[in-house]
Design a protein around this ligand. Structure first.
Ligand code: HAM
Length: 424
């Protein structure tokens, strides 16, 4: 026997029994996208490395450590280094916004998408190398109302998914005016405590001091004592953050101000937020994350345009629902078409076709087993009904059998779908 192969580390197969939970999350995402008036956008699974380096920042983990490089089958070394699977969708969406001149459309633009992302990270529970995100972006709205609207939208998703007690952590990390001063204050603080830093943090301190706050290895006391971005906001940023908070309070949404919440991607300005299941607030457990990126459109070659959005991890939402023991969706009403006559294959297909046209979910048993064996097999598939094709067909009829009660009756094919909507 050939040696069996396994899925790449950090990836998972979605097996049929897992599908209903996924479909439910995706259905909620699609429905909320519609109700909150977002338009769908789709972008390629891979883009230029340069887009991510410019957009997310050379020193972000996603670019520095986690890029999934894509190589063409041929081509120069240089060409092969050029592409990467998307680690996140915001940079690609903004690239598309600039490329297609979407700024001329009546705005602000509200865009959503759903799809796989790729990060070559160390896999662990809830952290995968391929994972799925529901992403929403609003481009061209300076806020603060939309900031609160998006946080409310994420809350709404968790409420409809049955994930109770999701908590929003929010922060403001300032803008080009006040961030340099804050960065300087952080550097001074951490340099004074350099002996307590990890090696990773020392490196972060040089390339991106805000990310030191994100280092989970550090003594929490050291991090708690660090200067807070909210104390260094310029007047405009402070006003914006106060307005966002007032709107969240008015909606009575659950949130806490989290001074460590700096986010891992460089494009953020002002409002940042993440969602956690209550009591599970570790880094790899964020159910969703997002924030404002008022400089990104310009950074990627467009005119200065504000933006804000979030990504919600579908894998983690599915895990959270499973952990909460939420009810699985009810089994669908499967119908199996069977026949005692091995010769009646064309008739079986014809009957199945008519039932499927009547919206039923139908399998056809194409075997020449005894009728009883076919019925047993249908019951093992958890089918609700069997439709028996026999000589009644000459009269335009089939036999509809209830596989739970074993009641059966002869009905015209044209009425069979309706007959299975109500027990015989
Ligand atoms: P992010 O925080 O990197 O933000 O990812 C958003 C969400 O994707 C996370 O909160 C988490 O639920 C999920 N996620 C991230 N990495 C993994 C992983 N390795 N395995 C499973 N789930 C994961 C962004 O990606 C930004 N683009 C969000 C955004 C949109 N900001 C503005 N607009």
């Amino acid at each position: 026997m050939a040696r069996p192969l396994s899925a790449p580390r950090g990836t998972r197969d979605l097996l049929p029994e897992d599908a209903p939970a996924w479909e439910r999350m995706e259905a909620i995402a699609r429905d909320l996208s519609r109700r909150y008036a977002f338009d769908r956008i789709d972008i390629p699974l891979f883009e230029r490395v340069e887009l991510f380096a410019r957009g997310l920042g050379e020193s972000s983990d996603a670019v520095e450590k986690e890029m999934f490089r894509v190589s063409g089958a041929s081509g120069s070394e240089e060409e092969r280094a050029e592409w990467a699977l998307r680690p996140e969708p915001t940079a690609g969406i903004v690239r598309a916004y600039v490329e297609h001149g979407l700024h001329v459309r009546p705005g602000p633009l509200r865009l959503w998408m759903l799809g796989p992302m790729f990060r070559y990270d160390r896999p662990q529970a809830g952290r995968y190398r391929q994972f799925s995100q529901w992403d929403v972006e609003v481009i061209g709205d300076p806020g603060p109302m939309v900031d609160a609207e998006l946080i409310e939208l994420a809350h709404r998703f968790f409420a409809e998914a049955g994930i109770r007690d999701a908590v929003a952590h929010v922060n403001s990390i300032g803008d080009a005016v006040c961030r340099p001063g804050y960065r300087q204050a952080l550097v001074e603080y951490f340099v004074a405590h350099e002996d307590r830093l990890t090696e990773d943090s020392r490196r972060r301190l040089r390339v991106n001091p805000l990310r030191v706050l994100d280092d989970k290895q550090l003594d929490p006391e050291l991090v708690d004592g660090a200067p807070r971005s909210v104390d260094h906001l310029c007047e405009q940023c402070a006003k914006h953050f106060a307005a966002v908070r007032a709107l969240l309070d008015d909606q009575q949404l659950r949130y806490v101000v989290d001074h460590r919440l700096v986010r891992g991607l460089d494009y953020y300005t002002r409002t940042t937020f993440e969602f956690f299941a209550a009591g599970r607030e570790g880094q790899q457990d964020a159910l969703a994350g997002g924030g404002r990126y008022d400089g990104l459109v310009e950074l990627l070659g467009g005119r200065p345009t504000p933006g804000i959005g979030f990504g919600l991890g579908i894998d983690r939402a599915v895990l959270a629902v499973a952990a909460d023991g939420a009810a699985a969706s009810p089994p669908r009403a499967l119908v199996v078409v069977v026949s005692a006559d091995p010769a009646r294959l064309a008739e079986r297909l014809r009957v199945a076709r008519a039932l499927r046209a009547g919206q039923l979910s139908v399998r056809v048993d194409g075997s020449s087993r005894k009728l009883g064996k076919q019925l047993e097999a249908a019951a093992r598939l958890n089918a609700r009904w069997a439709v028996i094709v026999g000589e009644e067909l000459a009269r335009g009829n089939v036999i509809v059998r209830d596989l739970d009660s074993h009641d059966q009756r002869e009905v015209p094919i044209v009425e069979a779908a309706a007959a299975m909507a109500t027990p015989p």
